[in-house]
Design a protein around this ligand. Sequence first.
Ligand SMILES: Nc1ncnc2c1ncn2[C@@H]1O[C@H](COP(=O)(O)OP(=O)(O)OP(=O)(O)O)[C@@H](O)[C@H]1O
Ligand SMILES: [Mg+2]
Length: 355
Amino acid sequence: MPRDNSGFRELRLDAISRRFGGAVALDRLSLAIARGEFIALLGPSGCGKSTALNCIAGLLALTGGAIWLDERRIDGLPPEERGFGMIFQNYALFPHMSVRRNIGFGLAMRGVGREEIRRRVDAALALIRLAEHADKLPGQLSGGQQQRVAIARAIVIEPPVILMDEPLSNLDAKLRIEMRSEIKRIHQELGRATVYVTHDQEEALSLADRIVVLKDGVTQQIGAPEELYARPANLDVALFMGYRNAIAARIEGVEGGQAVISIGQIRLRGTAAGHPGGGDATAAIRPEDFVLGPGPNAVRGRAETVEYCGRDYLVEFLTQDGHRLYARTETRVRPGDFVEWHVPPDRVLVYPSGK
Ligand SMILES: Nc1ncnc2c1ncn2[C@@H]1O[C@H](COP(=O)(O)OP(=O)(O)OP(=O)(O)O)[C@@H](O)[C@H]1O
Ligand SMILES: [Mg+2]
């Protein structure tokens, strides 16, 4: 299969979508997707991910804004004229057609000749590594294989943009990780711009060049995975990025560019995201950023429950004044142990309350 030779440079969206009754499903998503870029739309259920994707695909009309494919405005066009490849959660294969015919269907609809279809379907089958299953029906394949057929069907039309809506959510955990690598490999080989919807932060982090975090239809942050992981723009993004400890705190002051906060009797230095000032705040800390043992910026407590996670232990501990916190360590800790941790100030993110 060829890499992107469509001449496509950029898909620009400025999309607003209201649902029946005027409720906002997508407040305003403004984004330019470059050739070959992998974008993940990430957020909890109901945040507007599918709405955004369906607006791009043409399955849902915009109620405001516009979509441009290079110089062409396309938001008035029906899906087939936009020519994007779509992959859905439920595969949406034709059950009575062989794998080969499923993959070739879009080409046949476009009036491509038989020989050309055979050649392109063979190339797609080779890419998804299912050549030996070409004559089977979808029902004779595993979930992961069916999803690969759905991917082949979407890419065989050589679209400039591929749209995927939670393509892995019906697969078991092991297969999901395998298919994730598969999607990454196919994207690297073909270099097609991709918009990928997921509620799984790990999937978004591992696949995307840029992640768009949505909440209640509103864009919270757009950035590279590393950027979102290290510096979430607000508490909601932080919670989504695995900052499992969100602790009510007070900002006591600022010293040397760091926020000094108190959490009950605990005093910590942290990094203020937004305006430091004084007053109520929330401190966000990832379990893996706690370091076991004494050190500056210490937090102590008693281990309550300890979960073995293979690589390390997840320890739930209770501070003296009753804060329940989570930390990870590779050292064996037992329930009831007194544990002392410390945490680097740049890994304590302080958000003003209400942000
Ligand atoms: N057909 C519809 N009619 C009216 N409202 C809808 C319709 N479909 C979705 N909505 C609403 O629009 C909002 C966004 O829905 P959307 O399906 O885009 O969410 P999502 O992020 O894809 O969620 P999920 O992760 O559950 O698939 C939600 O508040 C939802 O209730
Ligand atoms: Mg959805």
